[in-house]
Design a binder for this molecule. Sequence first.
Ligand code: SAM
Length: 212
Amino acid sequence: MSESELSQRLDRVYRARDLSDLERAYDEWASQYDEEVSRLGYLLRAVSTGYIGRFIPSASKVVDAGAGTGLIGAYLRIMGYDDLTAFDLSEGMLERARFRGCYRDVHRMVLGKPLDFEADSFDHGYAVGVFTEGHAPPESFEEIIRIIKPGGFFVFSIRDDVYRERGYREKQDALERDSRWELAGASDLFQPYKDSKPEVISRVFVYRILTG
Ligand SMILES: C[S@@+](CC[C@H](N)C(=O)[O-])C[C@H]1O[C@@H](n2cnc3c(N)ncnc32)[C@H](O)[C@@H]1O
């Protein structure tokens, strides 16, 4: 597959019409996803895993929101994280995450809707590649805060244009003003697909949950 065909794959998910269309796009991409994102130079995974390792202890119960095929979970499993729970919108992606064997539990759930977990179910959480064009909305943070215990960290990547223009910055700041979470770390801006799409720039944020 050429670089421009790979770039079209990304366009297909960025331009999904709605959640069903997005789910279909990821279901169709699932069997090729790992190989193709690697060929795009998926720097996002390396930087995000570094931040997870810096803030989240391996001996804790961790939720992977928008886990996809489980690429990040696979890295963390090697690093000794053995209590990981995955959820994602796409069954096609989750089938591969299950097959990887790095998660204790794997569920189909949707960010932006109520999550089927009890309050304070997890010590910490992360989401990589999920807060981006047409994927999980800013309201998703409410449920994330509910399911992670106070004191826990939530590490996530976010596309910078989406952060500035689609209400995420306002939501993140409002949650901080309301003492629901506090900023604990942020990366520099970087190009997540270093071999493609130079116009796409991301950042990793880390928040400490204060109240559910
Ligand atoms: C770019 S992939 C990232 C997957 C994985 N985190 C990784 O880093 O390889 C985005 C994932 O988010 C999922 N997703 C998109 N919108 C979602 C939503 N609202 N709720 C849950 N998962 C969502 C997609 O199905 C897809 O698996």
